[in-house]
Write a protein that binds this ligand. Structure first.
Ligand SMILES: [Zn+2]
Ligand SMILES: [Zn+2]
Length: 63
């Protein structure tokens, strides 16, 4: 098995379901089957989606 991209000394337990990078059991979000980088990407996407939805709601009521 390939080593983890974040922890080169650790062997990868699985690979990310989004970017297919190998990650180990020490990586924080390994239980979600994604790597740390993709978790933050999803978090930012959700944040942007929430901002867009709140803007639509605002202009839907007051526009
Ligand atoms: Zn990833
Ligand atoms: Zn790791």
């Amino acid at each position: 098995m390939a080593p983890c991209t974040k922890h080169p000394e650790q062997e990868a337990a699985s690979s990310c379901k989004i970017c297919f990078e190998p990650y180990c059991s020490s990586c924080r979000f390994h239980r979600l089957f994604i790597c740390d980088g993709c978790f933050f990407k999803i978090l930012i996407m959700l944040l942007v989606a929430m901002i867009i939805v709140s803007f639509v709601a605002w202009f839907g009521i007051f526009g």
